[in-house]
Design a binder for this molecule. Structure first.
Ligand code: SF4
Length: 369
C-alpha cells in the first residue's frame, strides 16, 4: 500500500485541523483547561456515549472541581454520582488516582508518560489522550473510531486485536500526527470517525480527507476494516427480591462474582437457569438474614445487560411484617434510593415497579427479629 509522502501528510493534516476548527462539536470538556478535568472526561468516555457522559461530567465537576476535592470525598459519594454510568471500577480507580494526583502531583495529571501509567485505571490510551490534549505532548491516540479512519485511508483490512494490523495503523498514524497540535489532531480524527467516517455509511462527500483516502478511491469504503470479532453474549438468569416494610426497601451490596461491587442492589442472585438463580437467592437471604425464604411467582420480568452477560431478571416482591436485619444489607427509605449509590439494574427494577406495579400480590414473608 503506497504511503503518503511527507508533503501529502502535511496537506492532509492541515485540512483535518482546519475542518476540526470549523466543525468541532461544542462539548463541555473541550473548554477544559485543567489536566484533571480532561482526565475526568477521558475516563468517563471510556465505553460510554458522549450524550450519556455530558450530564455526569458536569455534575462531577460541579461537586469535585479539583483532584484534591475528589480525593477528599468518601467513595460512597463518588459512586452515588457515578451511579448509572456503568463500569463502576472506573469510579473506584478515579477516586484512587485522584488521591495520588493530590498527594504526589499537586493535583495535576502527571506530565510524564510512565508516571501517568502508574495511576489506577490509566492505560496507554488514556495516558496518551490526556498528555496530548492537556500538555500538547506528541502522542497519537488509537481507538476504534481512529482505527477505522486510518484503515480506510490506507485501505487496510484487518482488525485492531491483530498485532500486524495494529502496528501498521500505529505507524501510519504516527506519520500523520501533528507535532504542533497533537491534542487537536487526536480529537479531530476521533470527531471524524464519530460524525463522518461512520462504520456502515461513511459520508465521504463531506470528508476533509477524501482526497487522500484509498478506500474511497477503490469504492466500498465501508468494507474497511474488518469487523472486530465480538465476544459472544452469555445468557444468565437473575432472581431479585424486592423486600419492603413501611415504605422502606432492603438493599444489598454488590452482586455475584464481584459484579456491581460497592453498589446497592435489591438482593439478587445469578444462575444459569431460573430455578438455579432462585435457589441461590433463597440461600443468600437465609445466610444473610437467618430465615428461610421461599418465593412464589415472580411479579415482574425484565431484561438487563452487564458487559457480555445478557440477563433475564425475575423480580419477586415480598412484604415483611417485621423488621429484618441482614448482613451486608441496609434499609433505604423509598425516596432515598434514587440518590444512593445504586446500580442501574436496581433503578430499572424500581422504575418498572413504580410504572406497572407488581403483577401479582406481593408475598408476605415471615418476620424475623
Ligand atoms: S473519504 Fe470516506 S472512507 Fe475515507 S476517511 Fe473520509 S469518510 Fe472515511
Amino acid at each position: 500500500m503506497p504511503r503518503l509522502t511527507s508533503a501529502e501528510a502535511a496537506r492532509a493534516r492541515s485540512r483535518l485541523l482546519g475542518w476540526f476548527r470549523r466543525h468541532a462539536r461544542k462539548l463541555p470538556w473541550r473548554q477544559a483547561k485543567s489536566s484533571y478535568a480532561i482526565w475526568l472526561s477521558e475516563v468517563m468516555l471510556q465505553q460510554t456515549q458522549i450524550p450519556t457522559v455530558i450530564p455526569y461530567y458536569l455534575r462531577f465537576l460541579a461537586e469535585f472541581p479539583s483532584a484534591a476535592q475528589l480525593a477528599a470525598a468518601p467513595l460512597e459519594r463518588v459512586l452515588e454520582l457515578w451511579s448509572g454510568l456503568g463500569y463502576y471500577r472506573r469510579a473506584r480507580n478515579l477516586h484512587l488516582a485522584a488521591r495520588l494526583m493530590a498527594d504526589e502531583h499537586d493535583g495535576n495529571f502527571p506530565r510524564d508518560f510512565d508516571e501517568a501509567r502508574r495511576l489506577p485505571g490509566v492505560g496507554d490510551y488514556t495516558a496518551r489522550a490526556v498528555l496530548s490534549i492537556a500538555y500538547k505532548e506528541p502522542y497519537a491516540v488509537l481507538d476504534g473510531n481512529v482505527a477505522r479512519v486510518m484503515a480506510r485511508l490506507s485501505a487496510r483490512r484487518g482488525s485492531l486485536p491483530e498485532p500486524r494490523f495494529r502496528r501498521a495503523i500505529e505507524d501510519h498514524l504516527d506519520r500523520l500526527l501533528s507535532r504542533r497540535s497533537p491534542g487537536n489532531f487526536n480529537q479531530a480524527l476521533m470527531e471524524l470517525g464519530q460524525t463522518i467516517c461512520l462504520p456502515r455509511s461513511p459520508e465521504c462527500p463531506r470528508c476533509p480527507l477524501r482526497r487522500w483516502c484509498r478506500a474511497y478511491a477503490l469504492g466500498k469504503p465501508e468494507s474497511y476494516p474488518q469487523p472486530r470479532p465480538r465476544r459472544q453474549a452469555e445468557k444468565w438468569h437473575l432472581a431479585t427480591a424486592v423486600i419492603h416494610r413501611n415504605h422502606r426497601f432492603l438493599l444489598a451490596r454488590g452482586l455475584d462474582d464481584g459484579l456491581l461491587d460497592g453498589l446497592w442492589n435489591f438482593p439478587s442472585a445469578l444462575g444459569k437457569s431460573r430455578s438455579k438463580a432462585l435457589a441461590r437467592l433463597s440461600e443468600k437471604l437465609r445466610a444473610a438474614a437467618g430465615i428461610p425464604i421461599a418465593f412464589g411467582e415472580p411479579c415482574q420480568k425484565l431484561h438487563h445487560s452487564i458487559t457480555y452477560r445478557s440477563i433475564q431478571a425475575e423480580v419477586y416482591v415480598a412484604e415483611l411484617p417485621e423488621r429484618l436485619r441482614a448482613k451486608g444489607c441496609r434499609w433505604f427509605a423509598a425516596g432515598k434510593i434514587e440518590q444512593a449509590a445504586v446500580s442501574q439494574l436496581a433503578r430499572k427494577v424500581l422504575h418498572q415497579l413504580a410504572r406497572e406495579g407488581p403483577k401479582v400480590r406481593p408475598q408476605r414473608l415471615p418476620g424475623a427479629s
